[in-house]
Design a protein. Structure first.
Length: 223
C-alpha cells in the first residue's frame, strides 16, 4: 500500500552509498538493495522462537520483539507476515520505520500492539511531522525513504479497531521529555492504547536509559 501519488522506491541509488552486509554478499546490486537479501530473516526469527520454546521454560503466548534502527524496521515485518505474526504478542520498533511504500497493517486478526519510539532530531530515520501521513527522507548524506511515523501507526491503530477518524490524543507514559500520541476507542482494556507513537527530542540514538523501561512497561500490559 503506497502513499497516494507516491512510488515504492526506497532510496535514490544515484545519491546513496552502496552498502553491503556480509549476509548480502553477491546479492546486493546497488545502494537500494542492501536490505533486500535472499536470506530469509523471517524464517530465522520463527525458528529461533520455536527453538527457545523447545529448550527453555518460556510462555509461547508472551513473546515480544524489539529492534533498533534497521532491526526496528524488521520488527514491522514480523507483524505483517503470516508466518511470524502468530509467534509474537507485540513489537517495539526503536528508531526504525518501514521503507517507503510498505504501509501495511499487521495480519493478525484484531491487530498487534506496537510501541514506536523515534527521535524528532533523527536525520537517519526521521519520523516526520505529526500531521504528515506521507513518507520521510534521510538528511544525513544518504537518501533513503521511509513510511512516516504517523502514517504507519495510524494504519496499525485502525487494525486494532481504534477510532482513527480523529487526530490521536496525548498519552502520559510517565517519561519526561517524551511525547506520546495514540488513538482511542481501541479493542482491549489496557492502560495505554495498543498502538503508541512516542517521540523524543533526540537523534538516531536508542536512549535506553528511558526507552527500555518504557518498552517493558508497554509489553507488561500485553503479557
Amino acid at each position: 500500500m503506497a502513499v497516494s501519488g507516491d512510488t515504492d522506491a526506497i532510496c535514490d541509488d544515484a545519491r546513496t552509498a552502496n552498502y553491503g552486509y556480509g549476509s548480502c554478499a553477491d546479492v546486493a546490486q546497488n545502494g537500494c538493495s542492501w536490505t533486500q537479501c535472499t536470506d530469509n530473516d523471517i524464517e530465522y526469527a520463527v525458528a529461533l522462537v520455536e527453538a527457545a520454546a523447545e529448550n527453555l521454560c518460556i510462555d509461547s503466548d508472551r513473546v515480544f520483539a524489539v529492534g533498533g534502527s534497521n532491526g526496528g524496521m524488521f520488527t514491522w515485518d514480523l507483524g505483517r507476515t503470516a508466518l511470524s505474526a502468530q509467534k509474537f504478542r507485540a513489537i517495539a520498533p526503536l528508531i526504525g520505520l518501514p521503507h517507503r511504500g510498505y504501509l501495511d497493517p499487521p495480519v493478525k486478526s484484531g491487530g498487534m500492539p506496537a510501541l514506536l519510539i523515534t527521535g524528532k532530531q533523527d536525520r537517519t530515520v526521521p519520523p516526520g511531522e505529526w500531521s504528515d501521513l506521507g513518507f520521510t527522507t534521510t538528511t544525513d548524506g544518504d537518501v533513503f525513504y521511509y513510511t512516516g511515523a504517523s502514517a504507519i501507526t495510524k494504519v496499525w491503530a485502525e487494525a486494532s479497531n481504534c477510532d482513527v477518524s480523529k487526530p490521536p490524543g496525548l498519552i502520559d507514559v510517565g517519561v519526561a521529555n517524551v511525547e506520546c500520541r495514540a488513538w482511542s476507542g481501541c479493542a482491549g482494556g489496557s492502560m495505554w492504547p495498543p498502538v503508541l507513537d512516542c517521540r523524543s527530542d533526540m537523534g538516531h540514538v536508542y536512549g535506553l536509559n528511558w526507552s527500555w523501561p518504557l518498552i517493558m512497561d508497554f509489553f507488561d500490559q500485553y503479557k
